[in-house]
Structures are given as C-alpha cells and as structure tokens.
Design a protein around this ligand. Structure first.
Ligand code: ASP
Ligand code: MG
Length: 406
C-alpha cells in the first residue's frame, strides 16, 4: 500500500490511512506500507536547499529532502500501534533500498527483503519511507527524483513478491481523460501497462513514469485508488495490468494532453548527412528532453524544415543551444512558438485497427482546428495544435472515440 502526500497531509489524515491498513491486515495480509512526505513538505525542503546554497551539493540535498518521509513513516507506525496493529518504520537505508550514486535522481539497484520478511514473520506491518534509498559504497542517503515514492512502492512490491501494489492518491483511479476538461470522463477499470506509460508521460500526473516501467517489467499488479474513499468500503480503483488481462480491448482508451510544450522550427536546413545530429546531439548534451521531431523529405534535395518540441521550462536553454549549433547547421531562420499544446490519442487496440488517425484528423478539421505537427507510435497518435484549442480538441476526441460516460 502506498500513500501519497495528500493522503498523509496531517495527523488526522494519517489516522485515516491507518484505517485502510487495518482493513487489509484484518483480511489476513502481510502489509508493507510506503509513505510520501506530507503534501507541500518536499517543496518546502527543496526551497530551503536553494535558500541555503543555490549551487547545493546533491548529497546534502538528498539528506535534507529525504527527511519529509522519515516523519510520516514514524507517525504512521505510531498511529498503527495506537490502534493495536503491530508496526515498525523503516528508512531507506534500514531496509535497505540500494540505489545508484546519482543523487537527486538515483535508480534502485537492489532491495534485499530479509529485514522486511523478518518483520512480517513477527506479525509487523512494515511502514517504509518512500522516495529514499542508500548508495551502498558511500553509505549515503539518496533520493529517487520527485514523485519517487511511487517507484519505491512498486519496487518493494516486486522485491517482497506482493500479490498487488495499491497506490492511494486523491483521485479514485485513472480516467479516460482529465475530468476537469471533460466531466463525462470515465474511470477505467483496467488499463494496460503500455497505455499507462503513455498516459503518465503525457501529463496524466497520477504516477511517476518510472514506477509504471518497473511495474511493467516485473509484472506487478498495480492499482490506483483513493484514500478518500470510506476505509470500510473503498472502490477498487483502476488496475494497471498486462494487456492479456484485459478482456474487452477498446481501440482508443484515453485522450491525454500537455500544455507544457514549446515548438522550435528550423527553416531551410541544408539537407545533408549529419545535420540532424548537429542539432540534436548538443540538445542531448545539454540534457534537454526533445519530444516530437518532424522532418520532411526535401523537394529539391537541397534544404528541408525540421520541427521539434521541448518542455516549456527548457525552451530558453534549447534556443541558446540552437543558436550555438548554427555554426554547424546552415539554416534560414529559427521560428519558435510557446502557445502550443500536444493532444494524444492512446490505445493498444490501434495496433490492429486501421483508420484511427484519419478519423482523428477529420474530427479536428470539423472543429476548424489546425494541426501543426503529427507524430505516431503503434499505440499513440499525437498532434500539436494552438494551445487555445486544447479543451475543444480533447472534448471532441473524447466524444469521437466513444469514451463519454452515458
Ligand atoms: N515527497 C517526494 C516528492 O514530493 C516523493 C513523493 O511524494 O513521491 O516528490
Ligand atoms: Mg505522487
């Protein structure tokens, strides 16, 4: 069971979490609980690091930001004990959750389960601090990157061979799209790992993307459910599972959008071997995450246009990198646009169905929405459009693919 920041926001909420744990213990389960820091806590800790020293040492950053989870794990263990459930807190280093040395965004390398298994044998609930680990060589505390306690939970579920991993949050599952835009969005009973990866990386901010990757690789049955449900009688939430476990496969299962896009277009780029590398290698070296890339075949064999997108926060840096790269890349001019958003239609059923892209383009045209760029994968179609049309496009496509709640 994993509880996010809003689920452990204060002692009152932690008492509510204890009731959810009590239900599973009463059902006969050994339970490992992973907790986040109280909501807002990690942001506060990060701000303190910046205030103390803007060019902080990542090792000390980890020491500081890992502390939020230490508080909630102790509080939950105390609360459980107070209602008669044997429980013990575990920090990352005590489990141990072994990680790489990449402080601030470490990767889990191993989780020996002996300590937790001993606790289960003694009838104790293990309450584990999410987000943190230890780098075995230095013995120093590490953290897994923002939102990392989802990844902690899935990794621990895998390590102890859990029957399932329930991720409790403030929404009761994964929706076909953002319910704030489409009130008729529906909670899905099941979604395939691959679809969830697309939804998660496209801004359906329910789970950290890495946790979904991990769940997929280790086949951990993961539920997204709400801690705000009645602890006696909660909804099952959304199961993220293998596509074979989904009986009735729909062609399209969800519509995702991202307003966090910025478009950069290089016009009349000299079309010869090496130009794409001359643009994208420096961007990669600068750690800039490029998403869509569109290049056409040049008509005259001499020049072509290249368009790509980056997250808005990286836009300025990307522009600087491109300006520098222009000494190796002959191009006419560079155009940019921050007022764009990306809409994506997702579904593994697309693999075996023709015409999904065509109906998508037609529906957008019917609304007078111009498509600036298109990319596809075998389970996704993404279009870049003017940001002003985001809501209209999402609603139109949600209806088009029959996702509206009756
Ligand atoms: N507390 C950490 C964060 O806010 C980790 C997590 O909650 O998943 O990023
Ligand atoms: Mg989270």
């Amino acid at each position: 069971m994993k509880f996010g920041g809003t689920s452990v926001a204060n002692v009152e909420r932690i008492k509510n979490v204890a009731q959810h744990v009590k239900r599973e213990v009463a059902a006969g389960y050994d339970v490992a609980v992973v907790v986040s820091a109280m909501s807002g806590k990690t942001n506060e800790l990060v701000a303190w690091c910046n205030e103390a020293s803007p060019l902080y040492d990542q090792r000390e950053y980890d020491t500081i930001v890992a502390s939020g989870e230490q508080v909630t794990s102790g509080l939950l263990a105390l609360t459980l004990s107070s209602i008669g459930i044997k429980a013990r807190s575990w920090q990352g280093w005590q489990v141990p959750i072994e990680t790489s040395a990449a402080h601030g965004s470490a990767r889990i390398s191993a989780i020996p389960s002996k300590n937790l298994d001993d606790g289960f044998a003694a009838g104790e609930v293990a309450v584990i601090s999410g987000f943190q680990g230890i780098e075995p060589l230095s013995g120093r505390i590490t953290t897994l990157g923002r939102g990392g306690s989802d990844t902690s939970a899935v990794a621990i579920a895998g390590a102890i061979g859990a029957e399932r991993c329930d991720i409790y949050t403030d929404v009761d599952g994964v929706y076909t799209t953002d319910p704030r835009i489409v009130p008729k969005a529906q909670r899905m009973d099941r979604i395939a790992f691959e679809e969830m990866l697309e939804m998660a990386s496209l801004g359906a901010k329910v789970l950290q993307v890495r946790s979904v990757e991990l769940a997929m690789v280790h086949k951990v049955k993961t539920y997204v459910r709400s801690s705000f449900d009645d602890p006696e009688n909660p909804n099952p939430g959304t199961l993220i599972c293998d596509e074979e476990d989904i009986m009735e496969q729909q062609v399209v299962t969800g519509i995702a959008y991202s307003k966090d896009e910025a478009q950069i277009t290089l016009r009349d780029v000299a079309d010869r071997p090496g130009v794409a590398a001359a643009i994208f290698v420096p961007l990669a070296d600068a750690n800039i995450n490029v998403d869509m890339i569109v290049q056409n075949i040049s008509a005259d064999g001499a020049s072509t246009d290249i368009t790509f997108t980056v997250p808005q926060a990286e836009f300025q840096r990307a522009k600087d990198v491109i300006e520098k790269a222009r000494k190796d890349v002959v191009c006419d001019n560079v155009e940019t646009n921050m007022d764009v958003s990306k809409i994506s239609v997702i579904g593994i059923g697309m693999r075996s169905h023709a015409g999904v892209a065509a109906t998508c383009f037609q529906a957008l045209a019917g609304r007078g929405i111009n498509i600036r760029a298109i990319t596809t994968s075998e389970i996704k179609i993404s279009v870049l459009i003017d940001a002003a049309y985001t809501e209209l496009a999402v609603r139109t496509l949600h209806t088009l693919y029959g996702l509206d709640k009756a």
